[in-house]
Design a protein around this ligand. Structure first.
Ligand code: GTP
Ligand code: MG
Length: 280
């Protein structure tokens, strides 16, 4: 861990008590949470422009390394916005969060256990349907999401029109159209990240609506059991479905009690949310 420079020095106690991300879990995931107010994750399918967004937001304030115990490379950087210090982590590109590959496991663990203040899902505007699958999976885990609707220049070139306001209404989280390579929309993206991080905009958790009745029943029964064991867990249904799917990592998080830590943080976030005005 690099000692902070004089310029970066801020009161570490302020960060330790900061409830907007899970410090212990993030440190296990290799993120130094000193000197930052908020932690942002950048998720998305491969080749959607995540690293382009990352580079545009962080400039030279970034470094690369490996994820702890993995050969997957990671990039972490920082930026300031609205008098707040942000740390941003570029996650590997994935099509799902089912943890069937190391990349998916890294991305899933970060979003679920790291509980970043904001997860930005970078989606390819020219392949919206395919990209929304991951966005919906992330929305089942957390409502602290901003959708970065990237490659809008390409979409325009193909004559595609996307009603991003309607998409934001349907998904319940901010959607910001961008063309990251030319910097278009990045100012608005920063503002949306800031709004979600500070609680000025509040998303809503997405729940799958069209599932077969037998699966729905089993999910509900198991979710009730999960909630009884870990009251107040924000994503019990998602956890239940992962258990039904035989997901070992989630089963282990139940055995070790790691899931209980998520509940603590979601309670704190709930208090933050209660004081803020709802997102339109
Ligand atoms: N036309 C256009 N190209 C873009 C835009 N954003 C990114 N690109 C290009 O798309 C390609 C992929 O961008 P990356 O930023 O590497 O994408 P990524 O999501 O980090 O890719 P992986 O890490 O491999 O998953 C690069 O050639 C970028 O220059 C955009 O808004 N418009
Ligand atoms: Mg990349």
């Amino acid at each position: 861990m690099q000692p902070p420079t004089d310029k970066e020095q801020i009161d570490p106690a302020a960060c330790e008590s900061c409830p907007m991300y899970n410090t212990a879990a993030l440190q296990k995931l290799g993120v130094d949470t000193q000197n930052c107010d908020f932690v942002v994750a950048l998720a998305g399918n491969p080749n959607t422009g995540k690293s382009t967004v990352f580079n545009a937001l962080t400039g030279l304030r970034q470094h690369t390394g490996n994820w702890p115990g993995k050969t997957v490379t990671r990039a972490e950087g920082g930026f300031d916005y609205g008098n707040k210090r942000y740390k941003i982590v570029d996650l590997p590109g994935t099509y799902s969060l089912l943890a069937t590959s190391t990349d998916e496991e890294v991305a899933r663990d970060f979003v679920l256990f790291g509980q970043p203040s904001v997860t930005v899902v970078v989606v390819d505007a020219t392949r919206l349907q395919r990209n929304l699958s991951l966005a919906l999976q992330i929305l089942e885990i957390t409502d602290r999401v901003v959708i970065c609707l990237n490659l809008m220049d390409e979409a325009r070139r193909h004559g595609l029109e996307i009603d991003h306001r309607r998409l934001a209404r349907d998904l319940g989280v901010p959607v910001v159209p961008t063309a990251a390579r030319s910097g278009e929309g990045l100012k608005e993206l920063l503002q949306a990240i800031h709004d979600v991080a500070t609680g000025a905009a509040i998303g809503k958790r997405y729940n799958v609506k069209s599932e077969p009745p037998a699966l729905k029943r089993a999910t509900e029964q198991l979710a009730a059991e999960v909630e009884r064991t870990f009251p107040g867990l924000p994503n019990a249904r998602w956890i239940a479905r992962r258990l039904l799917d035989g997901d070992e990592r989630i089963a282990e998080a139940i055995r070790t009690g790691e899931l209980g830590e998520l509940r603590l943080l979601s309670d704190l976030n709930g208090e933050e949310h209660a004081e803020a005005s709802p997102h339109a």
